[in-house]
Design a binder for this molecule. Structure first.
Ligand SMILES: Nc1ncnc2c1ncn2[C@@H]1O[C@H](COP(=O)(O)OP(=O)(O)OP(=O)(O)O)[C@@H](O)[C@H]1O
Ligand SMILES: [Mg+2]
Length: 259
């Protein structure tokens, strides 16, 4: 069987990247983009060389979270990510602007392959990829392409609705033979100052993690301070509670990937 040249180019372009952290979830609106941006910034702040790729073809939102104004530059050798104080950043939104994209499955698959095939990353310790919701081509193509370098994080809220959708993604990943490093339970708790409450009650996430043999569940707070910093176009890491949790997550991740 002949290998697709675009696929080969994409694999070659990723040769300069040590680990690719895929932030996935079957469910929409659970905080993938926020986690992807925050984790990328926290890893950069720790001194790692980091890239961030927004693969959400329909609702790219990392640019809003990072207040990116620049347009992407390309030359005949490919696309050069924007440099945001050391964080290399690439998003489909930088290429298409705010125009909505109506794409069929096979066109989407080609577009994703092209983004990987054309983007020239420097030598990176981590490339964080913000995936769109669902279990379609946008999720599957990169997972197959990245293979052994992939470190998959699955994001859910404690809601049974979210966990049931995420469970479908976990099954798909198991069928594809792709291990999941960590389940992130976002909005797991709310700190009220004098006490901590669980806005969604007790969740079933530990049981799900056990069923799928995933031994790392990390809980992130619901942080009411986040929206204010996002509105002020500040980094999500300016919100203290969120920042502390994400920094710990970045520290654990770096430690776990050392071996
Ligand atoms: N822990 C949190 N505390 C406060 N606000 C949050 C938290 N997590 C996410 N949000 C907010 O919820 C909204 C949805 O988050 P985000 O866009 O990151 O989700 P998503 O999973 O990427 O969505 P989509 O599936 O549409 O890509 C955003 O406004 C974000 O700022
Ligand atoms: Mg998103």
């Amino acid at each position: 069987m002949s290998v697709d040249p675009l696929y080969e180019m994409a694999v070659q372009k990723l040769a300069s990247v040590k680990k690719v952290i895929l932030i996935a979830s079957g469910k929409g609106g659970v905080g993938k983009s926020l986690v992807a941006v925050s984790l990328a910034l926290a890893l950069r702040n720790k001194g790692f060389k980091v890239g961030l790729l927004d693969l959400d073809l329909h609702g790219p939102s990392t640019g809003v979270l990072l207040s990116v104004e620049e347009k992407i530059k390309g030359d005949k050798h490919g696309l050069v990510p924007i440099n945001l104080n050391g964080l290399e950043y690439m998003s489909l939104a930088l290429l298409v602007g705010d125009n909505p994209l109506a794409l069929k499955g096979d066109v989407k698959e080609r577009l994703i392959l092209e983004i990987f095939a054309e983007t020239k990353w420097s030598e990176l310790d981590f490339l964080v990829v913000d995936l769109p919701p669902g279990t379609g081509d946008e999720t599957i193509v990169p997972l197959r392409l990245i293979g052994g370098k992939a470190v998959v994080f699955v994001v859910t809220t404690p809601s049974r609705v979210s966990i049931s959708v995420v469970t479908r993604l976990l099954r798909l990943l198991r069928d594809e033979g792709i291990p999941v490093k960590c389940i992130i339970e976002n909005m797991a708790y709310l700190n009220l100052g004098d006490r901590v409450v669980k806005p969604f009650g007790e969740s079933e996430i530990e049981k799900v993690a056990e069923d799928f043999g995933i031994d790392w569940v990390y809980k992130l707070p619901l942080d009411p301070g986040l929206e204010e910093v996002i509105r002020k176009r500040e980094s999500p890491l300016s919100s203290q509670e969120w920042s502390e949790s994400i920094k710990k997550l970045a520290g654990f991740l770096a430690e776990k990937l050392k071996s």
